[in-house]
Design a protein around this ligand. Structure first.
Ligand code: ZN
Length: 241
């Protein structure tokens, strides 16, 4: 389509450029290109300028590795945030999601990916060295592993737990449970068994006594936090039990 001789070369190039963007199919690429063609010149100029500005002015924060216009970034220089807690995420967008959810007031660290040997992504390709450097340079009490609950994310979380444990820092990971609003009946087996294993004690006010993260041991498995009754090694009941 893009290379069809009926399409003028500059237009074909623009369609091709849009098509290379994630989530843009050939039809959408065509629609976008024709939209730009019909748009006023200043709109096209603003788009081109925005594209270049992102490339020229956005860099990685030398502390947390998040994308930023200013180094160190606004989060790393915000004194109202708890500097002793670091939440480790795979991608910058994960930070936006956690900030939007609210309730977290520590700092972050972006790995820029997850361990995936098949894709050639080992520890050296992620920002792990930078994380270890932060632990040496500052007084960090807790590292929260907030990698994705998939194969790569789990592998990354286990690896980091093994590396971080000897440094005497508390390593926790996000609790994996049932989505809010979901029916137990429709939950998939892995999520349900995990939610059971990481169940929390609730106090008289109906709130969980244990915060929404579990401490993980050197083997990457959840361990029972002080005084809590998380059944980390309990097996989920057999179906129909
Ligand atoms: Zn930063």
């Amino acid at each position: 389509m893009a290379g069809a001789p009926v399409t003028a070369a500059p237009l074909a190039r623009l369609i091709e450029a849009f098509h290379r963007l994630p989530g843009i199919g050939p039809k959408s690429a065509q629609r976008l290109a024709y939209h730009v063609l019909r748009a006023p010149r200043d709109e096209a100029e603003a788009l081109a300028a925005a594209l270049l500005e992102v490339k020229d002015r956005i860099q990685l924060c030398s502390v947390c590795q998040n994308v930023t216009e200013r180094d160190p970034c606004l989060v790393c220089t915000d004194d109202s945030r708890d500097a002793t807690t670091i939440c480790v995420v795979e991608e910058p967008l994960d930070i936006l999601a956690i900030e939007k959810a609210g309730g977290y007031n520590g700092r972050y660290h972006v790995l820029h990916g997850a361990l995936s040997p098949m894709d050639g992504l080992g520890p050296d390709q992620l920002k792990i060295r930078e994380l270890l450097h932060r632990l040496q340079a500052a007084d960090i009490v807790e590292v929260i592993l907030a990698t994705n609950p998939n194969l790569e994310g789990e592998a990354t979380s286990s690896y980091l737990a093994r590396v971080l444990q000897p440094l005497g820092v508390r390593v926790t990971r996000l609790a994996h449970g049932l989505p809010v609003g979901a029916d137990v009946e429709y939950a998939d087996a892995r999520t349900l068994s995990r939610a059971l294993r990481h169940r929390v004690t609730i106090g008289p006010d109906g709130d969980a006594i244990v915060a929404g993260s579990v401490t993980i041991g050197p083997d990457g498995d959840a361990i029972v936090p002080d005084g809590a009754t998380i059944g980390a090694n309990d097996d989920p009941p057999a179906p129909g039990a």
